[in-house]
Design a protein around this ligand. Structure first.
Ligand code: FMN
Length: 150
């Protein structure tokens, strides 16, 4: 069984898009390093106000990782949306994928009914997962396009 945790939190790092992107890149690079060691996979959605993250892996590792993340001063008020055991991973190839909300991915948000800011307190974990899966698919096809073009 795989343990899956979905939570949201509020970004505390001020600054424009560039500062936020740098912040996101730093978070993802530490995440990828630690998560590959700990057998954690998942996806991090960042809409510039809110982080929404899916963590999946062995129960003890997920708990330990979440405890570390929750203390991070780059965000506050981390709140678990859902915690459950599932049969398999949804993001097996991503030690931590991530997408910041940019005009480029707005279409994906719109397809999921998110025209305006996210309201994470009202989100169901299935909505988060479906959005993350489509953001992941968008990212994969974007990277493939880049490879073909180069
Ligand atoms: C929104 C958010 C998501 C994060 N996700 C992860 C994660 O998936 N895995 C991880 O190890 N650290 C994650 N971090 C970073 C941790 O809070 C912490 O800085 C890091 O694990 C420390 O790693 P180090 O001891 O290798 O420096 C996240 C931080 C934030 C703000």
């Amino acid at each position: 069984m795989i343990h899956q945790l979905v939570y949201y939190s509020r970004n505390t790092v001020a600054g424009g898009d560039r500062a936020m992107l740098t912040n996101m890149r730093e978070i993802l690079s530490a995440s990828q390093r630690n998560n590959s060691r700990d057998g954690i996979t998942g996806f991090l959605i960042f809409d510039k106000t809110w982080f929404v993250q899916i963590l999946e892996g062995e129960r003890a590792k997920v708990t330990e990782t979440y405890a570390r993340i929750a203390c991070d001063p780059r965000h506050s008020a981390a709140t678990i949306i859902n915690l459950r055991d599932v049969h398999g991973r949804l993001f097996p190839n991503w030690t931590m994928g991530g997408a910041m909300r940019t005009p480029e991915v707005q279409e994906v948000y719109l397809q999921h009914g998110f025209g305006g800011p996210l309201e994470p307190a009202r989100l169901k974990s299935e909505q988060v997962i479906n959005l993350a899966l489509d953001l992941q698919a968008y990212e994969v096809s974007r990277r493939q396009g880049q490879k073909l073009a180069s």
